[in-house]
Design a protein around this ligand. Sequence first.
Ligand code: ADP
Ligand code: MG
Length: 707
Amino acid sequence: MAQVDLSTPVQFLPKVGEKRAKMLEKLGITRVYDLLVFFPRRYDDWADVVPMAALEHDAEQSFIATVVTAPRVSRHHGRTTIFATLSDGTCSVRAVWFNQPYLESKIKVGEEFFFHGKVTRDGFSFQVTNPVFDQRQKEEVMPSNIQPVYPLTSGLKQGHIRSIVSSALDKALPLLSEVLPPFFRKEQKLCSITYAYEKIHRPQSMEEVEIARKYLVFEELFLLRAALSVYKKEQTNLRSSFPIRGKEEARAKFADIVKGLPFTLTDDQKSVVQKILSDISGTRPMNRLVQGDVGSGKTVVALLSMAACALSGYQSIFMAPTAVLAAQHYATFKKLLGDNDPGTALLLGSTPAKEKERIRKGLMSGEIKMLVGTHAVLSEKNILPKLALMVTDEQHRFGVKQRATEEERSDHGIHTLVMSATPIPRTLGLVLFGDMDVSVIHSMPKGRMPIKTFHTSSEEDEKVINTIRKEVLDGHQCYVVCPMIDELQEDAYEDEEGTLASRMKADLESAVSYYEDLAKGPLSDMHVGLLHGKMKPKEKDAVMKDFSEGKIDVLVSTTVIEVGVDNPNATIMLIRNAERFGLSTLHQLRGRIGRGSLHAACILQTDKYDGVAKERIDMMCETTDGFQLAEKDMLLRGTGDFFGTKQHGLPQLKVANLYRDAQCLPVIEEALKRLFSEDPDLTSTSSKKMVEAFREHFGESWTKPSL
Ligand code: ADP
Ligand code: MG
């Protein structure tokens, strides 16, 4: 066989071949390197096995047993339960799996598995609930009792993956050289790179796994931050942009626009606008993120930045995540600008062809200076001869693909401004937005009534409905939110789409049936609307429009309203089964109310008012400050995920968890500073290794990222 290196296609490894290479590809594995970083999702310790006769009540235990009855599946209210009987000849145990329908085909009668899970006794019979299980392959050599368990795809068994990874390690380990700066490894007492990759896959003990994991977390976060820093440096050196320096007349007109606003800007808004004006007056493209909690008034900041460009004769684009929001922002722009409008247009997929043509002409002639739309407006950017600024609103809703790519920023450097309501603690911001400058709007506009937040149980449903009735009779509107998917447990199902789908179906049913209950029952005399993700975009738009025009009194929905319409008349939000939502979602949802000067209340209904759910709900009741919530969430629940990294368009982290491992970030920052001061152009041998490593780790496409 030819020489193997890290980028050799896996197909050329022993035991792989074309067919398995295809299967591996489904797991994202194409090169030898991908196998090295294909980390086990857990480990089974076959040494801990207990004879079944010795199983105890109410403890997590491991045992080896044969499946003696075919799995029986019961479906009830969209939930699946699987039952099977397990035995080792001395004793039998009933196994129960909830909501994992995909397991049915994996539990095979007559076959022996390793099981691990919580065992309980009920009278004389034992039960194990949701056990994990693993089949020992006959041909498999077991060098250690600690068995890595990898994510699988159909056709590939644990044993196959283990031996493929193992042969990749044999070939690749000797090729690895250290990628972290030597001083850093020493300071942090990290093991060597070869030890780490060996032991994460082939440990002799769980202590070894921990040592390996520590190294890998540091390696991953370090490479990520280094890559972002390098990228940011390249960006700023790369090319020049239109410097927007308002002439006297433009400045006067700008002052008129500010004066014409129906409110005075808050100090934070003023300083962010100042910052942006100074950024865009330079010859280097601005790349700024404006963070501000929902309702903090980011729109007007975008508007003023765009107006500044327009008044100097340049064009700008504003991208909203949905057509409804785009239309609403356009209306806001028109209203806030009044007679001072330097030329604004709205372009949506649904805009009639004739109107589109008119807008295109206006853009080309430069008569239209500010274009508002959804992401689709990007395709128009080539016809904006003087495009200087692009604004992306609610960035966390855009995936990486939708963020403006290098190419999309076109051949001259366009200033970019990103608005986000996701409160991100500073340490994490460094990672997530390492390539951007960040400004924060801390304070809310004056005159906002604080939102009151309560917890209720289903016993109080009647009272809650009466409150809603009263609000509607007072001329206000209400949201009722039902869970969509159980986002907190989402990663438990990450490779099991079937479960997620059936879950979503059940949740959807919950929204629909609650809507029917209300519309036919206690709210039959009111206008009740329904909104969910399965509806066609046009239907959704129509419902949202009716709601914002006051034609719907009570809107029952799934979380699709999370990034929603500004309806200052909505004063109550009831969130049902609040325990099913993550803190971030609860906070974003609540941001839909209290957007005007009316008293607003958020009611979190749950009967599972204990544990993490209780902590989360209590936090929501205590504060409306998103940053505080994010920090608390991070402290309270190490593995919490206030915001999904997926949504931020970051490369998927393989070992590190931005929350649990956040404490590593400050030391990494320090080390990077030192590295860049000692070797600013990363020309030393060890720096070069590092750059090479982040290309390996995150892929070429990411180091020339579309971030
Ligand atoms: P978000 O930051 O969530 O995008 P918006 O820009 O939609 O918030 O602003 C929320 C509401 O606050 C809007 O109705 C807007 O007109 C109003 N608003 C913005 N700035 C101020 C201000 N300085 N004073 C009073 N109201 C303001
Ligand atoms: Mg907004």
